[in-house]
Design a protein around this ligand. Structure first.
Ligand SMILES: *Cc1c(COP(=O)(O)O)cnc(C)c1O
Length: 453
């Protein structure tokens, strides 16, 4: 008779076998690679069981796709969820309201720039982008310009997987050709020129000339299409899933000016960057820019539940209210889910107190350790912004092998394309952060050496 621990391992390993052909994983085939099974998650540690039944403890370098910023089984977040379950888990938001929604909306307005005064809760980041895009079109219609329905955006962006959000993702990475007809044709401009921030005072290093040329091109394109454009959407300063690239904040400032000149709704997608991740509370602060609309998600609930919010400026809100519909035309079943709002309320309260110290700790470790990867022939670039550390290879390595190599160094990483990166929970200790950074460097070295780079 196997002991309890062995039985648990075997049953976890058998889950991976049972789901084969049954369950899809993100962007994987039904018969794709067998996943690791999570047996437990506590603090910054994931207890994983490999498909062969081996038990591995790993520090989570991904914060579960950037959202589990307070780690797992956080006592305060657990308590917030339990207390709300004791009251009620969900009620419809049509005609009803509740304390978690009101208090969270008040807090979000308080912790964002004073211009942002209204809140729409959405079920996920992608849905919040849908709401923001619809809002931009409604705004123009209310201003007597119903023909203005297209969105200007930059290549290399990522805004989600629903079809409206896909339309503003990078056309190649976002599979526009595969889904043409379903996905609206938006107006794309070149990605903002890459730049990086360095040193104590985070000085931005990039090419002045490239920035000036990019701004002139974008301004000219926007002016040429002014009669069709409703808004602009952009990830401020850090383009996430579209390539983990940082760009010069002056480009964001220019988009604000262009939006003002042409009366476009400027939408900042802060779903990945919000709540401190880039070393500013919101990444728009790098440019001193206040958007008309801001989407937040991911870290909002500390990764406990899916929830996003669309924050809208007072002046845009006024126009929507003066429109024929008067409402923002959206309203999902699980809008402002009380459980998610209760947890988010606690998450944002904690983030406000702790983000700066936490991100400084992550950034310091990454800046010290990750540059060693730049010495590998296979590596094109290493960059760090706030609690984000990125190693970009010339060519895409075997990412499954990178994940395995990182696990051998005690860290869970999930690279994509040519990018191996870490975006860990904020609560990582100095030692955790250093172990993550070392695992990135070692995994890069192990795997690229194997292929003879
Ligand atoms: C993750 C992400 C989204 C989509 O959020 P989901 O919750 O996955 O729908 C949108 N924009 C950015 C910048 C993101 O990082």
């Amino acid at each position: 008779m196997p002991d309890a621990a062995t039985r648990e391992r075997m049953s976890c390993a058998s889950l991976a076998a049972r789901e084969r052909g049954l369950l899809w994983h993100p962007y994987e085939a039904l018969d794709g690679p067998a996943p690791y099974t999570v047996a437990a998650a506590q603090g910054v540690t994931l207890t994983l069981v490999t498909p062969d039944g081996e038990r591995v403890e790993a520090i989570d370098g991904m914060a579960s796709w950037w959202c589990a910023v307070h780690g797992y089984r956080n006592p305060e977040l657990d308590r917030a969820a339990e207390e709300q379950i004791g009251d009620f888990a969900h009620v419809m938001f049509g005609g009803l309201t509740h304390r978690p929604a009101v208090e969270l909306a008040e807090l979000l307005v308080e912790v964002t720039p004073p211009e942002l005064q209204h809140v729409f809760f959405a079920d996920s980041g992608s849905v919040s982008v849908e709401v923001a895009l619809k809002l931009a079109v409604q705004y123009q219609a209310a201003r007597g310009r119903p023909q203005r329905r297209r969105i200007l955006t930059v290549r290399g962006g990522y805004h989600g997987d629903t079809t409206g959000a896909m339309s503003v993702c990078d056309p190649e990475g976002g599979m526009h050709a595969e889904f043409s007809g379903l996905v609206a044709e938006q107006l794309f401009v070149a990605p903002p020129p890459a730049a990086s921030s360095s040193g104590e005072d985070h000085e931005w290093v990039g090419s002045d000339e490239d920035v000036a040329r990019w701004i002139a091109d974008v301004r000219a394109t926007a002016r040429a299409h002014r009669d069709e454009l409703a808004g602009v959407i952009v990830e401020p300063v850090l383009q996430g899933a579209g390539g983990m690239r940082t760009y010069d904040p002056r480009c964001l400032r220019a988009l604000r000016e262009i939006a003002d000149e042409l009366d476009l709704v400027l939408i900042a997608d802060e779903i990945a960057t919000g709540f401190g991740r880039t070393g500013r509370w919101f990444a728009c602060e790098w440019a001193g820019v206040v958007p008309d609309v801001m989407c937040v998600g991911k870290a909002l609930t500390g990764g406990y539940m899916t929830l996003a919010a669309v924050l809208v400026s007072g002046s845009v809100g006024t126009v929507i209210t003066a429109s024929p519909q008067r409402a923002l035309m959206h309203g999902p079943t699980f809008m402002a889910n009380p459980l998610a709002c209760a947890v988010a309320l606690q998450s944002v309260r904690m983030l406000r107190d702790t983000w700066r110290r936490d991100i400084t700790r992550l950034e310091t470790a990454f800046r010290e350790i990750l540059p060693a990867a730049a010495e590998l022939d296979a590596v094109e670039d290493v960059r760090v912004i706030g609690g984000v550390g990125v190693v970009e290879f010339h060519r895409a390595p075997d990412n499954a092998r990178l994940t395995r190599a990182a696990l051998e160094h005690g860290v869970w990483l999930r690279p994509f394309g040519r990018l191996l990166y870490a975006m860990p929970p904020y609560i990582c200790s100095d030692d955790d952060a250093r172990r993550i950074a070392h695992a990135v460097v070692h995994a890069a070295r192990d795997v690229t050496r194997e292929v003879g780079a």
